[in-house]
Design a protein around this ligand. Structure first.
Ligand code: FES
Length: 253
């Protein structure tokens, strides 16, 4: 199939970038999108040019490392699909496909399509630890977890931290990511102990990292490859406001 790629290239964080066009030969509909980019890079290397850099690891939709904006949509045209799980059959012969990095103030470009998403790690880390007793594993039925809570925690924990929610948000907010990271702990009895402190720390870390504020467009939910629900944002905001109310009159550290 014949596809023309228009790919963002930028030498470094402070360099000017530009789109370069490539129309590689030999693309097949069953190639993954990343294999098509590999194909572009092979032809560039054979002609003495440097490879275009992009992030990837598992290529199985698990790790959250891949992520580019394809024709204006984070991870491309398919719902609930990471860039690495997208295939060229999702495009038509003769298409012009524009490929850009995730753009957000908190995701500075490293090179070409690679961005630094360590701001998400710092938000998660700011939440601190979950208290738990060590030594022998407790009897499994000593802490009962209702089925609905286990399911909700698991759904939230399926967030792979790719940052598509940030890239798709007009405010570059990380509220869906943070809401998911909070919910996968706070739904469970073990995670409730430090929940108040955790919510305050993580919400305030989002601001420090330069993420924008959520204005409830829910573009994040539409772009999320794991289909994390935007109701977790409302849950996080409710918990944050409650935590701040409770802290009135005493210092929350
Ligand atoms: S490379 Fe791991 S999710 Fe895409």
């Amino acid at each position: 199939m014949k596809i023309t790629f228009r790919i963002w290239m930028q030498d470094g964080p402070n360099s000017a970038g530009e789109f370069v066009e490539h129309a590689p030969e030999g693309l097949a509909p069953d190639m993954s999108f990343l294999e098509a980019l590999d194909h572009v890079n092979e032809s560039r290397i054979l002609s003495g040019q440097r490879a275009i850099e992009f992030d990837h690891d598992c290529r199985e939709g698990i790790c959250g490392t891949c992520g580019v904006v394809i024709n204006g949509r984070a991870h491309g045209p398919l719902a609930a699909t990471t860039t690495c799980q997208l295939h060229m059959r999702s495009f038509s012969d003769g298409d012009l496909v524009t490929v850009e990095p995730f753009r957000a103030r908190a995701f500075p470009v490293i090179r070409d399509l690679k961005v630094d998403r360590s701001s998400l790690d710092r938000v998660a880390r700011s939440g601190g630890y979950v208290s738990t007793n060590i030594r022998a594993a407790p009897e499994a039925n000593s802490i009962l977890v209702p089925r609905h809570a286990a399911r909700a925690a698991f759904d939230a924990a399926s967030c792979i931290g790719c940052g598509a929610c940030v890239a798709s948000c007009k405010n570059a907010a990380a509220s869906l990511y943070t809401g998911a990271k909070l919910a996968h702990l706070s739904e469970l009895p073990q995670g409730k102990i430090e929940n108040t402190l955790r919510v305050v720390r993580m919400v305030e870390a989002m601001d420090r990292e330069g993420f924008g504020s959520c204005t409830n467009t829910e573009a994040c939910e539409a772009a999320c490859p794991q289909e994390i629900s935007a109701h977790l944002i409302a849950r996080m905001n409710r918990q944050y406001n409650w935590a701040r109310l409770k802290s009135l009159g005493r210092k929350l550290t």
